[in-house]
Design a protein around this ligand. Structure first.
Ligand code: PMV
Length: 345
């Protein structure tokens, strides 16, 4: 039985998170931090056998789920982040099989997920799992022969997984992760244009502990919209302007402008109530210490941040500072690719 291994990058949101849920553009990029997913069909049983490795730790070994229960994805396991991964895995297999009617013989699967990051830190980990499992399901069942020619289909499938698990999700994460590189996302037309820029600019991407779930944070923002739609729409139009200015600044490699736009975008996220205080303090310390710009990235409530330094030297200094404050650094550069086929054993 063939074993397929897929490499899925994670991602950072540069500009436009939350607004993108309501139709404004966003800019996000894949980063060189990967989740590797390998799997094979299980012809001896209808069950799904799952192994989850997190860093060097084996969190779950031979976890068995009957495919009869595939639609009851409320699996009760601890710890919480493993339960979250299971929900994305099962929903992705269910949607892949039901919607596309693949795997008519109803074989099971044996799957291993190897992730260096905990799920839900705001670096698109849940979208990476959705993209990876969707790709794996389509490949193992011979619905597609390669990933390269089907990235938009994979992105669309993975987006429906995100919407099903979370209730609400924009296409930003799944399209960026599937297609790869720095992308200007239009959530209404589903266009995701590549922005040509310097992939080696001195950025820092990291995270701190996250205090709320993406679903809770999206609901928090929705409450502001319901309470005062006019003000909310004004904020949305500033976010849209920031994203469009940032697109031009990336093309011109104008890092000063990018830094300023990151700072303004952070202020707007704060006004929407999704920046936690510890994160806000960290962002301000970074700016004081020489960052051109710094912002919360993704849904907020702690979690991911991104900073831009004026030089590689200051980038190094800021990284030391961040680590001394307890933040975890995951990347110093962007990544030009999306989901890729790694090997066939
Ligand atoms: O925290 P992340 O990486 O899952 O990003 C969420 C971004 C939001 O705009 C808040 C939600 C979305 O679906 O786009």
């Amino acid at each position: 039985m063939k074993i397929i291994t897929i490499r899925v990058p994670t991602k950072v949101t540069f500009f436009g998170e939350h607004g993108v849920v309501y139709g404004t553009h966003a800019i996000a990029s894949t980063i060189p931090v990967y989740i590797d997913i390998s799997g094979k069909l299980n012809k001896d049983s209808y069950n799904i056998v799952l192994n989850i490795k997190h860093g060097l730790q084996l969190t779950i070994n031979n976890f068995l789920i009957s495919k009869k229960n595939i639609n009851e994805v409320k699996v009760e396991v601890e710890p919480e982040h493993v339960k979250k991964i299971l929900n994305y895995v099962l929903t992705a297999i269910s949607i892949c099989e039901e919607v596309l009617d693949v795997n008519k013989s109803r074989y099971g699967y044996i799957i291993t997920i190897d992730s260096p990051l905990p799920i839900g830190v705001g670096l698109g980990t849940s979208a990476s799992v959705s993209v990876g499992i969707s790709s794996l399901c389509l490949l193992l069942n011979d619905y597609i022969k390669n990933i390269e020619d089907h990235k938009y289909d994979i992105a669309k499938l993975a987006w429906s997984v995100e919407k099903s698990v979370q209730g609400s999700a924009s296409p930003m994460d799944t399209y960026t992760i599937s297609l790869g590189g720095l992308r200007y996302i239009d959530p209404l037309t589903l266009d995701a244009y590549t922005i040509e820029t310097d992939y080696d600019m001195p950025i820092i991407i990291g995270y701190t502990n996250k205090t709320s779930s993406t679903t809770e944070l999206i609901q928090k923002v929705r409450k502001i919209k319901e309470k005062n739609n006019r003000i909310f729409n004004s904020i949305l139009s500033v976010i849209e302007n920031i994203v469009n200015e940032a697109k031009e600044a990336f093309i011109k490699k104008d890092v000063e402008s990018l830094g300023m736009l990151m700072n303004i975008n952070h202020g707007l996220l704060r006004s929407l109530g999704v920046v936690d205080n510890r994160h806000d303090m960290l962002i301000h310390i970074l700016r004081e210490a020489g960052a051109l710009g710094a912002k919360t990235s993704g849904a907020g409530g702690g979690g991911a941040f991104i900073a831009l330094a004026p030089s590689k030297e200051i980038q190094e200094r800021l990284i030391i500072l961040l680590e001394s404050l307890g933040a975890k650094i995951v990347s110093r550069s962007l990544y030009p690719n999306g989901v890729t086929f790694l090997k066939n054993d």
